[in-house]
Design a protein around this ligand. Structure first.
Ligand SMILES: Cc1cc2nc3c(=O)[nH]c(=O)nc-3n(C[C@H](O)[C@H](O)[C@H](O)COP(=O)(O)O)c2cc1C
Length: 171
């Protein structure tokens, strides 16, 4: 089968969609066909030879639509090379401890389908994109500062190294 890779993502404020786009562009530069889509828009995996699934984080969890998608399609996903990525503000401090915390956000997905790789990235916090209650929680309780901490060279580098694992990494 000719390689066709799906990059699917879950987002609330839009920044993870841009990470997914960057990953999709980098994979496509390697000469494969790539679709980048919100996970909510997908009903099946027909025609894809590999899948990259990414999510924003809310309150210590990746978004439910991403977990639900993996659960719903685990039989098909187990036959394909699958990679996960997560973008959250915990990694605004890139320490081994924080990496461990963020890596664990992916455990519910790993429990369903083992990935060939997992990308752990810092995300973006933009108060203007938050709902009323989210804004109160973030500004007054969690006190996460605003900032776009997405490290594009790191994201591109991950995608570049990932490509051979998606193309040759048959399970
Ligand atoms: C209410 C709320 C809770 C959050 N909780 C976490 C969290 O537990 N861990 C984390 O790493 N990031 C957390 N974040 C940060 C987002 O995951 C991060 O800003 C992400 O890049 C946003 O992606 P999006 O723009 O695609 O929604 C939280 C953000 C909000 C608004």
């Amino acid at each position: 089968m000719k390689a066709k890779i799906l990059v699917a993502y879950g987002t609330r404020a839009g920044s993870t969609a841009e990470v997914a786009d960057a990953i999709g562009k980098k994979l496509a530069q390697g000469g494969v066909a790539v679709d980048v889509k919100p996970v909510k828009s997908l009903n099946n995996l027909n025609g894809y030879s590999a899948v990259v699934l990414g999510s924003a984080v809310r309150a210590g969890k990746i978004l439910p639509e991403v977990t639900d998608f993996v659960k719903a399609h685990k039989e098909e996903l187990r036959k394909l090379p699958v990679a996960y990525f997560v973008a959250g503000m915990t990694l605004r401090e890139d320490t081994p401890e924080k990496r461990k915390i963020v890596d664990a956000y992916l455990d519910p997905l790993r429990a369903e389908v083992a990935p060939v790789d997992a990308g752990l990235f810092a995300g973006k916090m933009d108060y203007s994109k938050l709902g009323f209650f989210e804004k109160i929680i973030i500004k007054n309780m969690i006190k996460t500062p605003e900032g776009d901490l997405r490290n594009w060279p790191e994201i591109n580098n991950w995608a570049e190294k990932l490509l051979p694992k998606l193309v040759d990494g048959k399970k």
